[in-house]
Write a protein that binds this ligand. Structure first.
Ligand SMILES: *[C@@H]1O[C@H](CO)[C@@H](O)[C@H](O)[C@H]1NC(C)=O
Ligand SMILES: *[C@@H]1O[C@H](CO)[C@@H](O)[C@H](O)[C@H]1NC(C)=O
Length: 190
């Protein structure tokens, strides 16, 4: 009898596990690419590879996204490094305020879906990683809808889950220098 209950219990557990797995898959599929852009090779002198920036490969297809994953109290994202200073790899001034921002200020760009038509502009988010947290201001968009063109320094479109952050953010999180450029984080609205 005991063995029978255990079999029933483990069968139930298996069903629950399978069901929750399916739910996870449907969640992950909520934000699908809206299309692709085809990579073009950057003309000589274009596409700055500093700070782990990537350049489009000729003929490679890159997915583009209008959406980002849902925001929660612990939204998973990838932290990347950007300079919002004049002459930095961020290109022109920030989209939110048409200004440049010092590398010493904790500022970020969010992927298109999270940027949500400027609705997060000049609001703060809390970024958590490496056992620390930092509050940073949203000043720009990391464009997930376009890329591989002159306007984007021949870099691929942003992934849909990027928090592109100034040096000050990386320093506040005390992330070792040799790991700068790409880091798993969570964030939430501050
Ligand atoms: C790379 O990042 C550093 C630190 O933020 C910054 O000083 C430098 O200007 C960046 N390079 C480019 C090309 O933006
Ligand atoms: C965001 O943080 C900055 C610096 O701490 C602060 O000056 C600003 O008022 C904050 N913005 C909002 C909308 O809370």
């Amino acid at each position: 009898m005991k063995g029978f209950i255990n079999t029933k219990a483990s069968l139930l557990l298996l069903i629950i596990l399978l069901a929750s797995n399916c739910l996870d898959i449907s969640k992950a599929q909520e934000c699908r690419p809206s299309g692709v852009v085809k990579g073009k090779e950057a003309p000589p002198g274009q596409c700055n590879k500093e700070n782990d920036s990537d350049c489009c490969a000729d003929g490679k297809m890159y997915p583009v996204y209008e959406c980002s994953p849902p925001v929660s109290a612990h939204t998973k994202a990838h932290l990347t490094l950007n300079s919002f200073e004049k002459g930095g790899d961020g290109g022109g001034p920030s989209e939110c305020d048409n200004k440049y921002h010092s590398d010493e200020k904790a500022v970020v760009a969010l992927s298109t879906g999270w940027f949500n038509h400027k609705s997060r502009c000049l609001h703060n988010i809390t970024i958590t990683a490496n056992g620390r947290s930092v509050v940073a201001m949203v000043v720009d968009e990391c464009d997930s809808t376009r890329g591989c063109d002159k306007d984007h320094d021949y870099q691929p479109p942003c992934d849909n889950n990027i928090v592109d952050a100034s040096k000050a953010v990386w320093e506040a999180l005390a992330i070792p220098r040799n790991q700068w450029g790409w880091y798993d984080i969570t964030w939430s609205y501050a």
